[in-house]
Design a protein. Structure first.
Length: 227
């Protein structure tokens, strides 16, 4: 609320407009408009001292020296989401049952609570899909939640590893990319070999050019031994 803070500083301090503008992150003309009561919106002053963003001692330093730049104690606390289900865009919510069914089929070691946090659903929904009593069970097709965009691969892998460790089993390894990885290695090896071959050919060509140029400059060089 930089404008409201600027309004309070204008009304309650002797700070310069430049100092207030820099502290609040505003243009000096915006502060001028607030002071002249010509701003498009009338702001209710917000006390930054009470908000623990600055001390009166700091304000007094600024009032005593117009060139002094005020130092903020801390910025406004960001709003953090700490509780509640994971948010899923409306466009993807119909995919949740498919993602849940995939996890239940492929990773039965993961608890319902962990699935609920990962996908953003309830235990009731998970139980209904597991028991096949879900109202839309006939249309549910197990699909990888990562592919559906319901979670990231890193989140899913971390959850699988944690659940496997807790259950005392070995965490499964994802071998879906093994073929692609091997193909990539072979491709990189071929590229390196091709680059080496081209470099050798370029050096040979350069050497031939130098040799040819030398012969042109000294056409009798080959016959010197016979003179």
């Amino acid at each position: 609320m930089p404008h409201a803070t600027a309004s309070w500083l204008v009304d309650n301090t002797a700070l310069s407009f430049d100092q207030i503008a820099e502290f609040c992150g505003l243009h000096i003309l915006e502060v001028q408009a607030i002071a002249d009561d010509t701003a498009g919106t009338k702001y209710t002053g917000r006390d930054p001292v009470r908000a623990h963003e600055i001390t009166m001692e700091e304000i007094h330093k600024g009032e005593a020296n117009p060139d002094y730049r005020l130092k903020m104690l801390k910025g406004p606390e960001p709003v953090r989401r700490t509780k509640g289900p994971r948010y899923t865009p409306v466009s993807k919510r119909q995919d949740k049952p498919d993602g849940i069914a995939w996890i239940l089929r492929n990773h039965p070691e993961i608890s319902d609570g962990a699935i609920g946090k990962l996908i953003g659903t309830t235990r009731t929904t998970i139980a209904a899909i597991r028991d096949r009593t879900h109202w839309n069970i006939s249309n549910i097709v197990p699909k990888d939640p990562v592919t559906l965009g319901l979670c990231s691969q890193r989140e899913l892998d971390a959850l699988v590893t944690k659940a496997a460790k807790k259950a005392g089993i070995e965490a499964p390894t994802d071998s879906r990319l093994d073929g692609d990885r091997e193909a990539l290695i072979n491709e990189l090896r071929r590229e390196r070999e091709d680059a080496t071959r081209r470099a050798e050919e370029a050096l040979k060509s350069e050497s031939d050019l130098i040799s040819g140029a030398a012969k042109i400059l000294d056409p009798f060089s080959d016959n010197k031994g016979h003179l």
